[in-house]
Structure formats: structure tokens, C-alpha cells
Write a protein that binds this ligand. Structure first.
Ligand code: ATP
Ligand code: MG
Length: 559
């Protein structure tokens, strides 16, 4: 595991370093607080790397805490997936996994505390009326007629809400703060709603559930979190976060710090929208390799190190609204696989080549390095026989001038092998090219033919030994950079119809028995990963992680 991700400076890191230097902070505690209502995506990876990275760097703790206050949308399956994703990224949470629902009793006691202090009340207004009374950005709100209920009545009503005496929406508990505050979050925010729902952790124990705002800061305080790091949309909630800490007998006062969320072009980073893609069957589940989920990226072939590297490259700032180029993400994984993925030859669109001057029973075995620069990856054996597969794209019947691959009467080098010449093209009844009859120049193994220029080198596979396999080629799921930019439009209109293409490919024998999640560079083609779910037991599916062309490195060079 690379830990260089923990070293890049950012404003939060600098601030903590300063606090430690001046003795304001000793041990730091952060937390990653997902709501278990979907799988984690690449945006969450940024938050994970930041929170766990700070704990790693400063010798502190990072907690994994599920913010599970909305049972209607949450599931155990999401909890399991989130834990697996965080572990796979290489991070370890301190202690047990925590749940905000572990603190429901304490939160309830604190709600009663606020009531007794005259700082909370049960409101009978309907949800619509509450919205109406709240006012707008330019107009102050109006007090609810129930605002001055006395504490005893409030305590009694809250208890009856808790045990299920009232219907959903009939009553809520609100903080009594300031209906005229310019910050709408302070206009008597809701603390508890009635929900007759079964909760994945607490079962049927509760008929009321605390709001996110009433839960989050207090959970941080209970856990001794020192730095509560969240995305910028919570900046306006910070006064409320602090109001609760100031008005409750909490053990410590964590500090909320906001940073800009990750927005990636051609990509959605909203669990709700990603869930729609899953529910509508547009993708093959949450871990479809086209999904920007951590599990989708894993299945696509990303390494944990490449995702951490990417999060390091994009940095952490308070500047909102930027769109990160997905080419940066591709660059991060390409750099990793360039160094670490063994090489193999695989023909995506097979076209038969018959070498007419090679005897039927002829066989040569080439010993070829597993990786050009990594001796530790050893050698692989590549057999050469009379019949081969090459890629259809490496042949043209009527080639343009600069086509340095195979064409009638032209020569090309077979990678790691001989120079061949195309003598004859055979076609089927529909006029499609069926096979190429070629001849080998036996004088060209490991050396260039004298006096002739052979520019092209193509990859190939022995037809006798070829391993049939399914190869899935992925492209961006959306055709436009910001599929959800227009809030009123349907982002599904921007789906890329060619985001998945499937090839029946032929691979070299070293690909016969690879373990799920093995990664390779298929020479001249790209980087591929053996599908987690469909490799082994006779199944052989490879996902293209990324192509070979690095557009990000090019942009960097120009700039
Ligand atoms: P979504 O909008 O996808 O549902 P969320 O913010 O509601 O995301 P949570 O489960 O509440 O999802 O998120 C857990 C943590 O991840 C929060 O601290 C949140 O700020 C952070 N986070 C979510 N999305 C991003 C993002 N795009 N970039 C950085 N951090 C993010
Ligand atoms: Mg959220």
C-alpha cells in the first residue's frame, strides 16, 4: 500500500499540523459517516481518503459511522458493501463499526433536556404548514401556534410519539431557536419525525427518528471526534451544529470543517441517481464496471492505490463548482498498471491467418517476458503455429497510405516472431474477408529483414492454442460532461448507447487459468481485468479498465 497519499498538503492538513504544533490539539479523531442508502461512489472515496488519511498521518483515529436515521431508505446490504469498500481501499477504522442509531437513547434524553430548558417543543402543524410558516430567504418565518406549549405537555407528547400513539406527519419535535434568523436552518429546525418503520439496527423499538442535524454533531461529540469534516453544502448547517453542542451537556465539542465535493465529468456522483440506474436495469447492478461506485471501479480493474493516488492528485480545497477531468482518473490507473500489470496478447476481433509455408504440425514456443521492465514477473510461453488469429482492425484490403499493418501484398512483423507477407485474401459468400493466406520470412526472427522496411508490428495468437474469452469494452456511461447539470431535465437522455461493447476474443495460453481480478496489459489494446464474478470454473470474462492512450499526460505536457 502506498502511503504517499497522506503527504500532499491541503488546507485541513495544514490547519491540523498547526494545531498540533501549538498544542491546541493532541490526538485527532475523524470519522467517515455514510448513510447506508446506496453504494459508495468516487466522491465518497475523496472523503474516505481525506478522513482516514488525516488519522493515518497524525497518528489519530478515524471511525466508520453509519448515519442511519432514515430507515425507509436504508438496508443491511448497503452497510455490508460500504464496509467492504472502505477495507478494500486499504483503510482500517478504529474500533467497531459505529451507528448513529447506537445513540438513539442518548439523543432522546438530550431532546428531553432541550424541552426542559424551554428550547424544544412538539408542533402539530402539518408538514406543508411548517414549510409555509418557515418564511423565505427574504422574509422571516412566523412562530407556530404550538411554540409556547409547556414542558410537561411537550415531554408527555414526545413520549407518546415515541411509542406510536400518533400517525406519521401528525406531530414533530422542533428546536426553539429563532424564526426570524437569516439562516433558515435556525428557524426552529425539526429534531424528530414520526416514522412507523422497521429499522435495520433497532427493529421496532422506535416510532420516531431524529433528523440528520439533530444526530450528526451529537454523534461526533459522543465519539470524541475532534474534526468533523464534511462537504460544503453543510456550511449553512454549521451554526445549527454548534447550537446543539452549545445547548446540550455534550462531553466534547468537535469542530465542523467543510471542503468542496468531487464532481467528475461524464459521471454522476449522487447515490439517488445511481440507484435509479440500478433500479431501472440500465446497468448490471451497483458494481457494473461502468458505475462510478467503488465496487464498480474495483470490478472494472481499478486498484486501491490508483484511487488513492487520484484523490491525492485532485487535492482538497474550499473552491466549489470545479469539474475534474475523468482523464485524470484514467491516468492514475494507467500509471499503476503500466508498472504492475503483466503483458499478454489477446485478439479482440479475430481474423484467421494461414501461414502457407509453415507445416501443419509445426510448433515453436517463444519465451517472452511477463513485463518488459519487471524481471520478477518471469517469462511466459507463447506458441507459434501454422494458423493464427490477428485482429480484423490490423488488416485492410485497400489501405490508406500510412497504414503500417497488414494489406494484400504488404508485410508486417508478428510481435515477438517473424515478418509475414499477405499473399491472398479469401472471402465468404457475403464478400466478407474470411481468412488471409500469408507466408513467413524465416530469416526475420529477432532481426530485421535486410534492405526492406517493415514498420508495423501486430499482435497475434496461435489458433491451435487460443483461449476463447469474452471481452467487455467500456466507455463513459454518459455522452455529456455534466449529465445532471440541468436540474429539470432527465439525465437518462444523455446515456451513451455505446457504453458497453462485447467482443468474442482469442487470448494467448497464459490467460487460460487466471484468478478473478487479475490485471493485464493486452499488448497494443489496453488494460484489462478478469471479471470478479465471471472468471474461473470455465468462465472467462475480461473487463477493459482503460485504453493505452493517456490524454491526461498529453494535456500536462502541453500546459
Ligand atoms: P449522495 O449525494 O451521493 O447521496 P451523500 O453526501 O448524501 O451523497 P453520505 O452517505 O451522506 O452521502 O456521505 C458520506 C460522506 O461522504 C459525507 O461526509 C459526504 O460529505 C461525503 N461525500 C458525499 N459525496 C461526496 C463527493 N462527491 N465528494 C466528496 N465527498 C462526498
Ligand atoms: Mg448525506
Amino acid at each position: 500500500m502506498t502511503t504517499d497519499t497522506a503527504s500532499a498538503p491541503n488546507f485541513i492538513r495544514n490547519q491540523i499540523r498547526e494545531e498540533i504544533a501549538t498544542g491546541q490539539a493532541a490526538k485527532i479523531v475523524t470519522r467517515f459517516p455514510p448513510e447506508p442508502n446506496g453504494f459508495l461512489h468516487v466522491g465518497h472515496a475523496k472523503s474516505i481518503c481525506l478522513n482516514f488519511g488525516l488519522a493515518e498521518q497524525f497518528g489519530g483515529d478515524c471511525h466508520l459511522r453509519f448515519d442511519d436515521t432514515n430507515p425507509a431508505k436504508e438496508e443491511q446490504a448497503y452497510i455490508d458493501a460500504i464496509k467492504e469498500d472502505v477495507s478494500w481501499l486499504g483503510f482500517r477504522w478504529a474500533g467497531e463499526v459505529r451507528f448513529a442509531s447506537d445513540y438513539f437513547e442518548q439523543l432522546y434524553a438530550w431532546a428531553r433536556h432541550l424541552i426542559r430548558e424551554g428550547k424544544a417543543y412538539v408542533d402539530d402543524l402539518s408538514p406543508e404548514a411548517i414549510r409555509d410558516y418557515r418564511g423565505t430567504l427574504t422574509e422571516p418565518g412566523r412562530p407556530s401556534p404550538y411554540r409556547e406549549r409547556d414542558s410537561e405537555e411537550n415531554l408527555d407528547l414526545l413520549e407518546r410519539m415515541r411509542v406510536g400513539e400518533f400517525a406519521e406527519g401528525e406531530k414533530v419535535l422542533r428546536a426553539k431557536i429563532d424564526m426570524a434568523s437569516p439562516n433558515i436552518n435556525l428557524r426552529d429546525p425539526i429534531l424528530y419525525r414520526i416514522r412507523h418503520a422497521n429499522h435495520h439496527q433497532t427493529g421496532d423499538a422506535w416510532k420516531i427518528y431524529p433528523s440528520y442535524d439533530f444526530t450528526h454533531g451529537q454523534s461526533d461529540a459522543i465519539e470524541g471526534v475532534t474534526h468533523s469534516i464534511c462537504t460544503l453544502e453543510f456550511e449553512d448547517h454549521r451554526p445549527l451544529y454548534e447550537w446543539f453542542l452549545d445547548n446540550l451537556p455534550v462531553p466534547v465539542k468537535p469542530r465542523q470543517i467543510e471542503f468542496a465535493r468531487l464532481n467528475l465529468n461524464y459521471t454522476l456522483t449522487s447515490k439517488r441517481k445511481l440507484k435509479l440506474l440500478v433500479d431501472e436495469g440500465i446497468v448490471d447492478g451497483w458494481d457494473d464496471p461502468r458505475m462510478p461506485t467503488i465496487s464498480g471501479m474495483r470490478r472494472r480493474g481499478y486498484t486501491p492505490g490508483s484511487i488513492r493516488k487520484f484523490c491525492d492528485m485532485i487535492g482538497v480545497t474550499r473552491a466549489d463548482g470545479g469539474l475534474v477531468d475523468i482523464a485524470m482518473l484514467y491516468h492514475a490507473i494507467r500509471a499503476d498498471l503500466e508498472d504492475n500489470a503483466p503483458r499478454a496478447m489477446c485478439v479482440l476481433k479475430p481474423l484467421k491467418v494461414v501461414l502457407t509455408n509453415v507445416p501443419c504440425d509445426h510448433e515453436e514456443i517463444y519465451e517472452v517476458p511477463g513485463h518488459p521492465a519487471r524481471e520478477d514477473m518471469g517469462m511466459r510461453q507463447v506458441p507459434f503455429t501454422r494458423e493464427l488469429w490477428i485482429d480484423r482492425d490490423d488488416f485492410m484490403e485497400e489501405p490508406p497510405k500510412k497504414f503500417f499493418r497488414l494489406a494484400p501484398g504488404k508485410e508486417v512483423r508478428l510481435r515477438n516472431s517473424y515478418v509475414i507477407r499477405c499473399d491472398e485474401v479469401t472471402k465468404n459468400a457475403d464478400g466478407e474477408v474470411e481468412a488471409l493466406h500469408c507466408s513467413v520470412d524465416f530469416d526475420t526472427l529477432g532481426k530485421n529483414p535486410e534492405g526492406r522496411k517493415v514498420k508495423g508490428v501486430i499482435h497475434w495468437v496461435s489458433a491451435t492454442h487460443a483461449i476463447p474469452m469474452e471481452v467487455r469494452l467500456y466507455d463513459n456511461l454518459f455522452q455529456v460532461e455534466q449529465p445532471d447539470r440541468d436540474k429539470d431535465a432527465d439525465f437518462l437522455e444523455h446515456l451513451n448507447p455505446d457504453s458497453l461493447r462485447v467482443c468474442q476474443a482469442m487470448g494467448e495460453p497464459s490467460l487460460a487459468d487466471v484468478a478473478p481480478e487479475s490485471r493485464f496489459q493486452f499488448e497494443r489494446v489496453g488494460y484489462f481485468c478478469a471479471d470478479r464474478h465471471s472468471c474461473g470454473d470455465g468462465k472467462r470474462v475480461f473487463n477493459r479498465t482503460v485504453g493505452l492512450k493517456d490524454t491526461w499526460a498529453k494535456i500536462q505536457k502541453k500546459g
